[in-house]
Write a protein that binds this ligand. Structure first.
Ligand code: C5P
Length: 221
């Protein structure tokens, strides 16, 4: 069978990363979590005290940055200038700021370019916000995953409640805010590609979602 590229986009907390990882495993493809890349850059900028609106500094830093993605069994690691950012990228602080950095043009250009390089050889399942529309507009299979804000917040809550002090209401607000920023930014906003398959996962379980996507891939390849 020919190897293909699979683009999975959708709003925060729709379960894209879990699903994309399982689809990749099923097809023996490489999984690329582009959100983790934006998060890692955000973590680094915050630590260096570089604000998103400080254009010269952001540009300079992003130009010189060495960004590596190291695939692992359960999660992939993101290294910035040789430092493992992975343990720091899912904190509320990074989640709260990532959309501010993700709208900066030079950051998007740099990360999109890396993402395209990773997909050149095909056999990649990539999840994000703009994969089907901007990064890999020629991806053979495009999925747009959604679920209601309430359901997405509930899924995140179950994930986070043992690690961070957070209420369901706060997560709902955070997610709604991030959706708004991601959908309304100027450069490659979160949009459903016209040729994507829309999957509302509100009342689907993970395995059903994975099976649906894998069957789209098999019917293509
Ligand atoms: O997927 P995840 O929730 O980890 O993504 C974190 C943030 O990174 C998103 O809210 C968005 O601002 C940004 N992002 C993006 N483009 C992508 C992936 C993520 O702008 N392809």
């Amino acid at each position: 069978l020919d190897r293909i590229n699979v683009a999975i986009d959708g709003p925060a907390g729709a379960g894209k990363s879990t699903v994309a990882r399982m689809v990749a495993q099923e097809l023996s493809y490489i999984y690329v979590d582009t959100g983790a890349m934006y998060r890692a850059v955000t973590w680094y900028m915050l630590r260096e005290g570089i604000k998103p609106e400080d254009h010269d500094n952001v540009l300079q830093t992003v130009r010189n940055m060495v960004i590596e993605l190291i695939p692992g069994k359960d999660t992939q690691s993101v290294m910035i200038n040789g430092e493992d950012a992975t343990p720091h990228i899912r904190t509320l602080q990074v989640s709260g700021m990532v959309s501010q950095y993700a709208k900066v043009e030079c950051i998007r250009t740099r990360l999109s370019q890396l993402q395209r390089e990773m997909a050149l050889a095909k056999g990649v399942v990539m999840d994000g916000r703009d994969i089907g529309t901007t990064v890999l507009p020629d991806a053979e299979v495009k999925i747009f995953m959604t679920a209601t804000v309430e359901e997405r917040a509930l899924r995140r809550y179950k994930e986070l409640k043992d690690k961070e002090q957070v209420s369901l209401k706060q997560l709902e607000n955070d997610i709604a805010q991030r959706d708004f920023l991601d959908q309304n930014r100027e450069i490659s906003p979160l949009r459903r590609a016209e040729d994507s398959v829309l999957l509302d996962t509100t009342s689907m379980d993970i395995l059903q979602v994975v099976e649906t996507i894998v069957s789209h891939c098999r019917s293509y390849a």
